[in-house]
Design a protein around this ligand. Structure first.
Ligand SMILES: NC(=O)C1=CN([C@@H]2O[C@H](COP(=O)(O)OP(=O)(O)OC[C@H]3O[C@@H](n4cnc5c(N)ncnc54)[C@H](OP(=O)(O)O)[C@@H]3O)[C@@H](O)[C@H]2O)C=CC1
Ligand SMILES: CCCCCCCCCCCCCCCC(=O)[C@@H](N)CO
Length: 370
């Protein structure tokens, strides 16, 4: 039985529509239209004020950009991309031969004759004081660092129990501590100057843990924690952090890694495809620089490549900071849908793992009987 209150409510509404000249349908349609107009106006308003509340863009022309891991793959392409926009570059890596080759490739992208490429041979993962001292020398030569790109890194894949325990340590040292050391060496100066950009080249395997990457994923997840905490500390100093989550990228490291990669890891990674390092580098530089274009703030805390990368970043944004309103709005709108899609992906990954296991057991059994 309807309650007394509901009865009186319906009577009042009926009375309102029959005596006011309003009929119910047009009234509802108008309310929806007014609501939609408010939403559009609100979004437009956010877009208009976004350049005011977002960071000042960094001009790469004349800026000093340090790229660790700059002698090869993604790092080298980032250096080339920045050089094309007039930056001064310091390349950091261990192998001097590769550094010299990379320097030549970067110099070909010059846009003026004042630009300089400096090479520093150092292992970023071992001794903090050494990293600090070489970066100090670089700053004496090319001026204070405007942008640091932490790209030095490596990957090892294999089943958890088959990976040597030393790999868990070495990946943590190179991928995580290497980034801590280089960042620690430049951040005080950036804070004093109240400007700077810090980029961490993470991986899609730093957004989800997947088969074969127990050591690698963990070292990349660590980077994200570092980046989020650091961003909160340095934001008042006009320093902005970007974390890049590339998919498989066609570099010497990927070729090397593929020789030992478990079939499961290969099949799951293939989902988001293989990209060219030039493509990945372009997106990273664009997102890190944070330029304002047509009154709209470009650039993101999370930098992703490709459609799967885009979905993964929206899905895993959690409590990560937002630097542009576009980024925040997209996350709000898409998250539920992307979680639904993700559940299908996850079940397909589980079935890849199960099928590979069955295949292996069958071939083991047939080997025994032979
Ligand atoms: N390729 C891919 O599929 C993906 C790569 N990534 C990440 O991107 C980054 C770059 O990878 P990618 O370009 O493929 O790899 P490359 O092997 O092509 O380049 C790695 C660079 O890092 C340098 N490096 C490695 N270890 C150290 C160290 N201890 N100290 C200083 N420099 C070091 C290397 O030089 P040297 O050996 O001479 O020191 C080289 O310049 C890595 O962090 C990787 O995890 C993320 C997602 C996908
Ligand atoms: C809505 C949800 C979408 C979900 C999409 C899931 C796609 C998962 C693909 C994982 C790819 C991992 C690549 C790692 C690359 C890497 O770091 C190494 N190659 C390093 O050498």
């Amino acid at each position: 039985m309807p309650s007394e209150e509901a009865f009186w409510n319906s009577v009042t509404l009926d009375w309102f529509f029959s005596h006011s000249g309003w009929s119910f349908l047009p009234f509802m349609m108008m309310m929806i239209l007014v609501f939609a107009a408010f939403m559009v106006a609100f979004v437009l308003f956010l877009y208009m004020i976004s350049p005011l509340i977002s960071p000042k863009p960094l001009k790469l022309n004349g800026a000093h950009v340090v790229v660790t891991g700059g002698s090869s793959g993604i790092g080298k392409c980032i250096a080339m991309e920045c050089y094309k926009q007039g930056a001064f570059i310091t390349l950091v890596a261990r192998d001097e031969g590769k550094l010299v080759q990379a320097k030549k490739a970067v110099e070909k992208c010059a846009i003026n004759d004042k630009q300089v490429v400096l090479c520093i041979s150092v292992d970023v993962s071992k001794d903090y004081s050494q990293v600090e001292s070489v970066l100090k020398q670089a700053q004496e030569k090319l001026g204070p660092v405007d942008m640091l790109v932490n790209c030095a890194g490596t990957a090892v894949s294999g089943k958890f129990e088959e990976l040597g325990v030393q790999h868990f340590q070495s990946l943590m040292e190179v991928n995580y501590l290497g980034s801590v050391y280089a960042t620690r060496a430049v951040i005080s100066n950036m804070k004093e100057r109240r400007m700077g950009r810090v980029v961490f080249v993470c991986s899609q395997a730093g957004q989800l843990g997947l088969f074969g990457y127990t050591a690698y994923s963990a070292s990349k997840f660590a980077l994200r924690g570092l980046a989020e905490a650091l961003q909160m500390e340095v934001k008042p100093y006009n320093i902005y952090v970007t974390v890049s989550y590339p998919p498989d990228t066609d570099t010497p490291a990927l070729a090397e890694e593929n020789k030992m990669k478990p079939l499961e890891t290969k099949l799951i990674s293939e989902t988001s495809g293989v990209y060219q390092p030039e493509q990945v580098a372009k997106v990273i530089v664009k997102d890190a620089v944070l330029c304002v274009c047509c009154m709209v703030q470009q650039g993101n805390f999370s930098s992703s490549v490709g459609p799967d990368g885009y979905m993964l970043s929206a899905l895993t944004c959690g409590m990560s900071p937002v630097t542009s309103i576009t980024e925040g709005l997209q996350q709000i709108v898409t998250m539920g849908l992307f979680r639904t899609i993700a559940l299908f992906y996850l079940s397909s990954f589980d079935s890849i793992v199960r099928r590979c296991m069955i295949q292996r057991e069958q071939s083991k059994a047939s080997n025994k009987t032979e």
